[in-house]
Design a protein around this ligand. Structure first.
Ligand code: ZN
Length: 122
């Protein structure tokens, strides 16, 4: 959040346009609610593929090379701690995550996470 204090239009919960914390452009932001569903991983804990598992995935002949590249790029972003939108299987849930909102920059697609009306990421 370096520079937010001297930003002309700092990120704020009551704005649809602010200086993006990712690309730093004054840009329109789309606000999103978050909904929850239990993790689908059979182990019952969040799925992460890293290290040797990611190496195996990158060479898995079950997937065409383009799909493998896409999957590896996805896990590299997740493993780096990024928070981003990704198309996944449709879900049906009525569990709203109250008090948590997301804002997405229309300029760079960078996402911010807000808890209790305060930006906590990035
Ligand atoms: Zn941006």
């Amino acid at each position: 959040m370096n520079g937010v204090s001297d930003s002309a239009t700092p990120p704020a919960f009551d704005r649809t346009t602010f200086d993006c914390p990712h690309c730093h452009a004054l840009a329109e932001q789309v606000w999103l609610n978050a909904y929850a569903q239990p993790v689908a991983n059979p182990a019952g804990i969040p799925l992460r593929i890293a290290g040797e598992g990611l190496e195996q995935l990158s060479q898995n002949p079950q997937f065409p090379p383009a799909v493998r590249e896409q999957k590896v790029a996805y896990w590299n972003r997740v493993n780096a701690g990024e928070v981003f939108l990704d198309r996944w299987a449709p879900v049906e849930t009525d569990w709203l995550v109250a008090g948590l909102e997301l804002s997405v920059c229309r300029n760079c697609m960078g996402m911010a996470v807000w808890l209790g009306g305060r930006m906590v990421h990035p």
